[in-house]
Design a protein around this ligand. Structure first.
Ligand code: GAP
Length: 542
């Protein structure tokens, strides 16, 4: 019953006590918390996401995708892959291994710089990312500003000008200044002096969410990579082997292979989908921050000096890609980085408003020639491009787009899951997924389990299954079966009744409108292709 960490493995006795207290508090849970809790519960109940190794009480921040979840996830990956690789003649894909030569991570800067600033609360013994604690504090100030904006918008009606309000209202100005000051102090701390982060946390009087105490340790850096070993005999002196913390490096080390064998001309891109691993100390918010997760990354290699133009192209392209899924555009925003990663000269996040607030779903970075140059130095191999137009060789610059499959999955679920009250007064839970990404495109349902209806239904199922992901079900009343399909997002239900045996027509029910109409069985395939094919979604991208 505990709210947001329902699936997370519980720890100390202290924490269990806190959970009990919080369970009591759930009756006063905010609407957004309730919404998030519903999404997590729905994912579990309908086979989308399970806690990993649940029979052993789960593993913290590790999750498994179930029968409907894997289908939705595969469709999301397919939408990304086709829009990147199939729709761009100068983008190709690869699938590199998770294990990479240990020197890769020295070159990429992950051994020295892939750290999070962590702080412990001495009373709860809980560990937090110092910057996240501060960002959450900033989020509260932002919420205050938004509240003022909403109030003023109500008061002034159509004449309300949000920009003007933010530029003139004394309270809003004061809060914006507070945010700017905190951001400046956080940047100074993140840029090197960790003691400044602790002072900032103390000055802001940030308390531990578990114990409520402000009794903090110093801030320390923790490396996020998981180390492992290749051979059973591996001993001291061997370079540590790491599970890759991003898929990008697999692309960089293959740059020359792909450029040469694919005869690629700059600008060109290499795309990859794959698992990444990070020892996230503060693993929270369901599949938002996992220890094992999946990334979809594009490295786009460009002539030095053109990177900002290309960066702006991908910045727009990627947001358009999200919106094309039918997601509410108002739930997106760009977030410019306060502190640039060691490899970047420009960086922006695409953030989505999850039920618990705005969070990064995708990052777009201009990575300069940092990675290729570093691999060139550490490997001793030239990673250059001969540009025939300039008649010179150079190390290409790189613009990267990187999106987490799991965060995208949660975004899509948050957007699609709706509880509706029908005209009849009944309610239904419906997952309004874009048909092209829905786990099943149709369900084939004989009205009754007798009179030759199942046989006719099977005939239809066996015909359509080669082109569409179909669900077949004959158990329970038809209304109940419709509800089950609504809950897993199946856009169309095909019902076979006694008339179907005579006139070779079936009833097709639309998930969103619940409208039902009779169509000839022979017309089903064309109709379903038109309504559910991924190509329809891709064509809208242009
Ligand atoms: N190659 C660049 C890179 O890895 P990042 O911002 O660290 O950049 C890119 O990660 C994306 O991967 C994020 O926008 C997010 O969607 C996803 N991601 C990162 N860490 C994650 C985690 N622990 N769990 C789930 N998704 C994560």
């Amino acid at each position: 019953m505990y709210t947001l960490q329902t699936y997370e493995k519980k720890g100390s006795l202290q924490l269990i006590k806190t959970i009990k207290k919080r369970n009591f508090a759930t009756q006063f849970m905010s609407q957004t918390e309730q919404e998030f809790k519903n999404i997590i519960a729905h994912c579990k109940e309908y086979g989308f996401v399970f806690p990993s190794s649940e029979i052993y009480d789960g593993l913290s921040a590790v999750y498994d995708y179930g029968q409907t979840g894997v289908a939705l996830k595969n469709n999301l990956k397919s939408y990304w892959w086709k829009s990147m690789v199939q729709l761009h003649e100068n983008v190709v894909g690869i699938d590199s291994s998770i294990f990479m030569h240990p020197k890769t991570w020295k070159a990429s800067g992950h051994i020295d710089g892939f750290n999070d600033p962590m702080i412990d609360n001495k009373d709860s013994k809980k560990r937090y990312r110092a910057d996240v604690l501060i960002e959450e504090f900033i989020g509260k100030i932002e919420a205050k500003i938004n509240k003022e904006v909403t109030k003023a918008a109500k008061r002034f009606g159509d004449t309300f000008d949000k920009e003007q309000f933010l530029a003139t209202n004394p309270r809003a100005l004061d809060n914006q200044k507070k945010i700017a000051d905190i951001n400046a102090r956080m940047k100074a701390g993140l840029d090197g002096d960790l003691a400044l982060l602790k002072t900032l946390i103390e000055d802001l009087e940030i308390a531990c969410p578990v114990s409520g105490s402000k009794n903090w340790t110093d801030v320390k850096q923790f490396n996020l990579m998981y180390s492992t070993q290749m051979n059973a005999t591996s001993g001291e002196g061997d370079d540590a082997l790491y599970l890759r913390p991003e898929t990008a490096q697999g692309i960089f080390v293959n740059y020359l292979n792909v450029q040469k064998t694919g005869r690629m001309k700059i600008p060109f891109g290499i795309a990859q989908i794959g698992k990444a691993f990070r020892n996230e100390i503060v693993a929270r918010q369901f599949i938002i921050r996992m220890k094992e997760f999946e990334q979809m990354e594009l490295q786009f290699f460009v002539r030095p000096g053109t990177e900002m133009e290309v960066f702006n192209y991908w910045k727009k392209n990627r947001l358009d890609w999200h919106k094309n899924l039918g997601i509410n555009p108002e739930k997106y925003r760009y977030h410019d980085h306060v502190k640039l990663a060691h490899y970047a000269n420009a960086a922006v996040d695409i953030e989505y408003k999850y039920p618990f607030g705005f969070k990064e779903v995708e990052g777009i970075h201009s990575r300069t020639d940092f990675d290729l140059k570093a691999h060139q130095e550490h490997s001793g191999k030239k990673l250059q491009y001969f540009d025939p137009e300039l008649n010179e060789s150079y190390v290409p610059y790189v613009v990267e787009t990187s999106i987490g499959v799991d965060r995208l999955f949660l975004l899509v679920m948050s957007e699609a899951l709706q509880q509706e009250t029908l005209e009849s007064g009944d309610s239904r839970v419906v997952l309004r997924l874009n048909p092209a990404i829905a786990p099943y495109k149709l369900a084939v349902l004989p009205l009754l389990k007798k009179d030759g209806l199942p046989e006719k239904a099977r005939e239809i199922y066996n015909d359509l299954k080669f082109d569409f992901e179909c669900y077949y079900e004959e158990k329970d009343a038809i209304g109940k079966r419709y509800r089950r399909q609504d809950a897993i997002g199946t856009p169309y239900c095909i019902t076979i009744d006694h008339d179907s045996l005579e006139d070779n027509q079936v009833t097709i029910r639309d998930r969103d409108t619940m409208e039902q109409k009779r169509v000839p069985i022979s017309a089903l395939s064309t109709l379903l292709h038109e309504k559910t094919d991924m190509s329809g979604l891709l064509k809208r991208l242009g």
